[in-house]
Ligand binder design. Structure first.
Ligand code: SF4
Length: 375
């Protein structure tokens, strides 16, 4: 996408680790067959694999187009995996792949593999797309960056996860793999509750077996009382994903979802914060869709003032999406956005550390939490 509108500002240099992570998340990593696995298709950032970089859980693209041609590659050293740039070791060479969780080997009594019900994200998050279908998954309607329908087509997941199955998988993942929090997202099944009621049902079922913090994600439901329903069910935080704070870009990239305007999202933020509290509401903000930088920062500030955490991520061009051949944003742009959004978060006293569950707490798809710590 065109990012010429971005104006470079004078900003303090990032330490090498931050710069490295930003560049890795944009350019991706060639695993050279040394590590296997990774997630392809599905909701949210995908075509990637989880690693530990200096002990920090990070999701790095390994399966998308940019990763195939990345200057970054893995090598097997005598005491572990090494990270290389154009074949030469880096200042932070050691990287670990997050191991395959034990719960992936189990299945429900009726034969559904647990990994088709929920998957490990980052190092300690159990994530599930409870309804894999979306009313917006049609050629002229779907969000151009989204791959939610692909994992269903590939058979790597099932269309609707039963609440009792989710509870079963949570119990196993907590006992066998020590997961720390849970993220439940959903495709949009209708234009009314937009999946909130089914999410509440799933949360209620999980609460019978686990007290781990639960994060839910959906489009703003038409009935504001559903935030309380979700909270009463046992959800601790919620993600209402605006995707961009530039309305023109939203209309181009999300022809159907953009019918829910930015103003409706801001009203939803207020209602959700009133129920879940400051720092327990978050929103995805994708950088690299051609958006105006100042509109983006203004939106992040307005959200943060309401107590909402703007989870800034670089565009991940995913296989099979309309944006698969688009370049991710430049690392210079991402560095600037991260620094300026982190400054806003500090001013408004909003932080990933205060979030109880979900993407803001996990942070593996973004470098924002590292920049928060720089302050
Ligand atoms: S930031 Fe969100 S989408 Fe990314 S790995 Fe963590 S829980 Fe999953």
């Amino acid at each position: 996408m065109n990012s010429n509108k971005y104006v470079k500002q004078a900003v303090a240099p990032a330490t090498q680790l931050e710069s490295l992570l930003v560049d890795l998340q944009n350019k991706g990593l060639r695993t050279e067959g040394i590590t296997k696995g990774g997630r392809r298709g599905g909701a949210g950032p995908t075509d990637d694999q989880a690693f530990l970089l200096q002990g920090q859980a990070v999701m790095i693209p390994t399966l998308n187009g940019p990763a195939e041609h990345s200057p970054y590659s893995l090598a097997q050293g005598s005491s572990g995996l090494l990270l290389q740039y154009e074949g030469k070791p880096l200042p932070f060479p050691f990287i670990k792949a997050v191991r395959r969780p034990k719960f992936y080997e189990l299945s429900t009594k009726d034969g559904i593999p647990y990994h088709k019900i929920a998957v490990l994200h980052g190092a300690d998050v159990l994530a599930s797309t409870v309804i894999q279908n979306c009313i917006r998954w049609a050629p002229d309607k779907r969000c151009k960056f989204c791959a939610i329908g692909h994992s269903l087509e590939q058979g790597s997941t099932i269309a609707k996860k039963k609440p009792e199955h989710l509870a079963e998988v949570v119990k196993a993942a907590e006992e066998l793999d020590g997961i720390k929090h849970i993220t439940l997202t959903t495709g949009t099944p209708n234009e009314t509750d937009r999946g909130a009621l089914y999410l509440a049902e799933c949360v209620r079922s999980i609460r019978k077996v686990s007290q781990l913090p639960i994060h839910v994600q959906c489009e703003p439901p038409d009935d504001d009382s559903l935030y309380q329903v979700l909270k009463d069910a046992g959800a601790n935080s919620i993600g209402l994903h605006v995707e961009s704070f530039d309305e023109e870009v939203r209309k181009k990239v999300m022809p159907s979802k953009s019918q829910i305007s930015l103003e409706v999202y801001f009203q939803a933020f207020e209602k959700a914060v009133a129920v879940f509290g400051k720092n327990q509401v978050s929103t995805y903000v994708i950088i690299g869709l051609g958006e105006d930088l100042e509109k983006t920062l203004e939106g992040c500030r307005r959200a943060a003032k309401l107590g909402v955490y703007p989870f800034v991520v670089p565009l991940r061009p995913l296989r099979g999406t309309e944006l698969e051949n688009v370049s991710p944003p430049s690392s210079d742009l991402m560095l600037e956005v991260y620094r300026r959004v982190a400054a806003i978060l500090r001013e408004e006293n909003v932080s990933s550390a205060a979030s109880l569950a979900g993407c803001a707490k996990c942070g593996a798809c973004s470098a924002l939490s590292l920049f928060e710590k720089l302050g």
